[in-house]
Design a protein around this ligand. Structure first.
Ligand SMILES: *Cc1c(COP(=O)(O)O)cnc(C)c1O
Length: 447
């Protein structure tokens, strides 16, 4: 058997999959934070292009991938599915382990899969500039790459502490032509107000979201883009699982376990959702979501309506949440430090269709090191959670079963965290129950 299962370009999927019509229980609608009534499409038009809003609310099972989007996807897609044979041997397992390598994209993660169509739909509707926030910088990198492909401007509000501590993503965003502000910035009313009262504020993702949304809402030529959580982002990511389905079929195999890490849930959903119809029709296939113990949204959060951001500006989403006031410990997997999750993923988890597990960061870095020393690639700290989950799954799997995990990104710009790990300086954080209960008190009451 070949180690790498490559699909020819001509076999790249022509449609994304929308899981909404197949959910066993309907998705609870997003609510206006003031009136607590369902948000209307018109309300969203201030910050999103119409085509994106249509996809967000669509009940069509298949959404065509526009030709200009496929054309850019072809720069790195289809991505390889790789048999991790040396990892299997090191573990002494009898099952097969495969990983779907999304780190081969220009930005180094799965995030361009949605950045490219989002930039495209904005371009079609005459938008000149896209604003967004970024935490560790992976989403900002993906969006500035996508905007450069369509000759658009991109403004990124990067959480100030990361802006100062992680210069390489900032440089990459600049190199793609993106404009970048450390948030809180002087560029928005929200930012100026925060700086006036606290000039040394180190920022937060919630604050950066508020700045990016304000920028879009106050400029006619500018819209906002989000890199995870929302339905349309998950649809775009399903190209991952659709390719995996074809790649496994090409060698006469089927997945028994699908494993991915969960921050907002977009890469995990992209892998598993295309297999939802099979699972619902009774096929024995397990969806395994892996999160950090420091931010245990699916394993310890409550399934209820909450705000998407600290500033309480976003619509209320029904999701597993640790409370929008939750401040996760400073673990190195920055992309997994989100208090909530994608409503589609949370809906399925609530139905018992997803198994969620949580691990400490040092055990994930241990898994990443084993992967590095057997398979050769250096995973992102986020991705190390998927690797840990896959290893634990493989140890329990039966001979001949297939474990497929999603390699969401490389860690070549996260070397400082590997340095800390190798020097034994990493600390483990579990979130104390009392803190969760306290943060959940701030959740809105929705009748
Ligand atoms: C952003 C990111 C994640 C987490 O985001 P999801 O929306 O949960 O996919 C995971 N891995 C990498 C490499 C990322 O950049």
């Amino acid at each position: 058997m070949d180690l790498k299962i490559n699909l020819p370009e001509g076999e790249m999927p022509r449609q994304w999959y929308n899981a909404l019509p197949d959910l066993p229980t309907p998705l609870a609608p997003p609510l206006d934070p003031q009136t607590k009534q369902p948000v209307s499409p018109e309300q969203l038009e201030a910050i999103f292009p119409k085509a994106v809003i249509e996809q967000e609310l669509s009940t069509e099972r298949w959404l065509p991938i526009p030709e200009p989007v496929r054309d850019i996807y072809r720069l790195y897609r289809p991505t390889p599915l790789v048999r991790a044979k040396r990892l299997e041997e090191a573990l002494g397992v009898k099952c097969k382990i495969f990983y779907k390598n999304e780190s081969v994209s220009p930005a180094g993660s799965h995030k361009p899969n949605t950045a490219i169509p989002q930039a495209y739909y904005n371009k079609l509707e005459g938008v000149r500039r896209i604003s967004t926030e970024t935490g560790a910088g992976q989403w900002g990198t993906a969006l500035s790459f996508a905007c450069s492909m369509f000759g658009m401007a991109c403004t990124v509000y990067m959480v100030k502490v990361s802006y100062n501590q992680k210069p390489y993503r900032r440089i990459l965003i600049n190199a793609y032509g993106g404009e970048i502000f450390a948030s809180p910035s002087e560029n928005t009313k929200t930012g100026r107000a925060v700086l006036a009262s606290d000039p040394d504020c180190s920022g937060s993702l919630g604050l950066a979201i508020s700045e990016a949304v304000e920028d879009a809402a106050t400029h006619a030529d500018t819209k906002y883009a989000l890199g995870s959580v929302l339905n349309h982002v998950l649809h775009h990511q399903t190209i991952i699982g659709l390719e995996v389905e074809k790649q496994l079929a090409a060698i006469g195999e089927k997945p028994d376990y699908l494993v991915g890490c969960v921050g907002g849930g977009s890469n995990f959903a992209g892998l598993v959702l295309p297999f939802l119809p099979r699972k619902l029709s009774g096929e024995a296939i397990r969806f395994i979501a892996v999160e950090p113990k420091a931010c245990p949204t699916l394993t310890r959060g409550q399934f209820r309506y909450d705000y998407g951001d600290v500033a309480q500006l976003t619509p209320l989403l029904k999701m597993h949440t640790l409370g929008h006031a939750f401040m996760p410990a400073p673990i190195h997997a920055g992309g997994l430090r989100y208090h909530g999750g994608a409503p589609i993923v949370c809906n399925l988890a609530n139905e018992g269709l997803i198994d969620a597990t949580a691990y400490f960061q040092t055990e994930c870095f241990d898994a990443a090191r084993l992967f590095l020393r057997t398979e050769g690639f250096l995973p992102a700290p986020e991705t190390s959670h998927a690797i840990k989950g896959a290893i634990e799954t493989a140890k329990k799997a039966k001979p001949g079963e297939n474990v497929v995990f999603l390699y969401s990104g490389h860690g070549l710009l996260d070397l400082a965290s590997y340095d800390a790990f190798l020097q034994g300086k990493l600390t483990d954080f579990a979130y104390p129950e009392a803190h969760i209960a306290e943060a959940l008190k701030a959740c809105p009451d929705v009748g």
